[in-house]
Design a protein around this ligand. Structure first.
Ligand code: NAI
Length: 262
């Protein structure tokens, strides 16, 4: 029970494939009290209610791009928990990817939306948490990223920049929040994972198989990602901050593998 007594907010649990879904289940199993949130539109599917029942969590709808919605979310969290120990940012969406716009022909209104939803939302959350002083000392904020922030993936289009921005925000805010309240902020760069967001990338299955063959340990699953996030919320990683942490079975360090060479 390494999260016993801790209280956290988990964003982005859309259905049982979502990485956030697994993190919520694991956090609950490790003794944490959690609050679930997702965009109002994502609530319509109603799946999240099952997770809320399983984990005894309240659900608060919030569009993560809206400061007003986020303030209401944090009002609810403050009323239920007082201060918060951990937050999972598990939010990503690109209208350009959804509408199959190639990188060389992006729609810039959609680019702004991609950045706002997938990266600035982390800044907005941290901004309000910081200004309202809502986190306990040694609290932990984790956001999920992808190696397209560092390397080219032809079909990842504007999500590549969104992830680079997300990682930079985690680094910069990690500095300021560390000074103010010893709160740590990290990104976890996860293997390709079969989820709604992941499956939205063109050629996902081939990318998944390629990564699986390149990684000496194979792709990291959503459940394994949840385990890693839990370790980052726990007191065993109190001096880990401002990092982008690869959780990818060794993929990011491998140039070529025997399995791929055949
Ligand atoms: P998912 O589709 O289950 O989760 C994405 C979530 O973002 C959904 O719950 C969606 O409702 C939420 N969302 C979208 N717009 C929102 C908004 N305006 N306000 C609040 N929430 C909003 O997919 P997955 O894969 O679990 O994605 C979680 C995170 O993991 C994302 O940041 C994604 O980029 C990242 N990631 C995913 C990988 C994959 O292959 N699936 C690999 C590496 C990172």
């Amino acid at each position: 029970m390494i999260l016993k007594g801790k209280k956290g907010i988990i964003t982005g649990a859309l259905d049982e494939n979502s990485i956030a879904w697994k993190v919520a289940q694991r956090a609950h199993a490790e003794g944490a009290q959690i609050m679930l949130t997702n965009a109002p539109i994502a609530m319509r599917m109603g799946e999240i209610k099952k997770l809320a029942e399983q984990t005894g969590a309240q659900i608060v709808a919030a569009d993560a791009t809206s400061l007003e919605d986020l303030n209401k979310l944090f009002d609810a969290a403050e009323a239920e928990f007082g201060k918060i120990d951990f937050v999972l940012h598990s939010i990503g969406m690109s209208p350009n990817i959804r509408k199959e716009k190639p990188y060389t022909d992006l729609n810039y209104d959609w680019v702004n939306k991609t950045y706002d939803v997938s990266a600035l939302s982390l800044h907005k959350m941290l901004h309000l948490l910081y200004q309202r002083d809502l986190m306990n000392e040694w609290g932990s904020v984790v956001a999920l990223s992808h190696i397209a922030a560092q390397r080219v993936y032809d079909k990842y289009t504007d999500m590549a920049e969104a992830k680079a921005l997300l990682e930079s925000i985690a680094r910069s805010f990690g500095y300021h929040y560390g000074l103010k309240r010893k709160v740590r902020v990290n990104t976890v760069s996860q293997s390709p994972t079969r989820t709604t967001a992941g499956g939205g990338i063109a050629g996902f299955d081939k990318m998944y198989d390629f990564a699986d063959k390149l990684s000496p340990l194979g792709n990291a699953t959503a459940d394994e990602c949840a385990d890693y996030c839990i370790s980052l919320f726990s007191d065993y990683t109190r001096k880990v901050t401002m990092q982008n942490l690869y959780h990818d079975g060794g993929y990011s360090m491998t140039g070529m593998s025997a399995e791929l060479m055949g």
